[in-house]
Ligand binder design. Structure first.
Ligand code: MLT
Length: 256
């Protein structure tokens, strides 16, 4: 399904009925990452997936896609679907958006799952890497996309999922340069939402990859404890939806 938001097309899907679950993909991904999960999960509930602005088939809204702006786009889709409360699972950047959504619309948030994600903002190193990435994309989007995606798997898994990685890369290559850069700028300026997570009273879970190359496992475990979130670990890297597909489907059944 498609709807216009700020004169831009947003694509989303809704399958099943009752107890809505919203799945938000990460950077350089689209709603298609959830394809292997949707059929199973929608047997028991409504499952909503959205292509966030500048990703998948959705257009770009502005020069910077702040996490707040993406959360507003998500809210707009949910209004269209007339959902009341939703449980949200956000992968990485989708987790940043989930928290921005929770801060803006706590009453609409029934539960939160941060998958390979964090409430913390970029540190100075990561901010510098965002600027570096923007320069590389302007010169060679193809090599950036390929390198950025391969670097997300655990070392052990780097050669294990060639088909899945090829699919992710091919899809991301079709995203506009503007959309990719807008997300990088938005992630760079995101604020610390640790207190949002701490104050949130609903069910909250953090699922982390033990060998995540971009989010240090022990840091995420500490954050889970500090924010009173349940902590679940998987043995792969940053792409649990590929590296730990079976276990993740099982976990998703138990999140409410
Ligand atoms: C993602 O997977 O969404 C991004 O890698 C997150 C990030 O770069 O912070």
């Amino acid at each position: 399904m498609m709807q216009m938001y700020k004169n831009t097309k947003l694509f989303y899907r809704s399958i099943g009925t009752g107890n809505p679950l919203l799945l938000l993909h990460g950077f350089l991904e689209s709603s298609s990452i959830w394809d292997p999960f949707v059929e199973e999960l929608s047997k028991r509930r409504q499952v909503i997936t959205i292509d966030l602005p500048g990703h998948g088939k959705s257009g770009s809204l502005e020069e910077v896609h702040s996490m707040d702006l993406m959360a507003d786009a998500v809210f707009n889709v949910l209004q269209q679907l007339k959902t009341e409360q939703v449980t949200i699972i956000g992968h990485s950047m989708g987790g940043y958006v989930s928290l921005a959504f929770c801060k803006k619309f706590p009453i609409l948030t029934k539960g939160l799952v941060l998958l390979n994600s964090t409430p913390e903002p970029d540190n100075e190193d990561r901010k510098k890497n965002r600027d570096r990435a923007i320069k590389i994309i302007k010169n060679n989007k193809e090599s950036y996309v390929s390198m950025a995606i391969s670097n997300l798997l655990s070392e052990k898994n780097r050669t294990c999922f060639p088909k899945e990685l090829e699919k992710l890369k091919n899809e991301a290559l079709n995203f506009s340069e503007d959309g990719i850069i807008a997300a990088l700028k938005g992630m760079k300026i995101r604020t610390d939402l640790t207190s949002t997570l701490t104050l949130y009273n609903g069910p909250k879970h953090i699922i982390a990859g033990m060998s995540d190359p971009i989010l240090k496992f022990s840091d995420i475990q500490t954050i889970a404890e500090a924010t009173n979130s349940s902590f679940l670990s998987l043995d792969g890297g940053h792409l649990s939806f590929i590296e730990n597909k079976r276990e993740l489907i099982e976990l998703m059944h138990f999140i409410d």
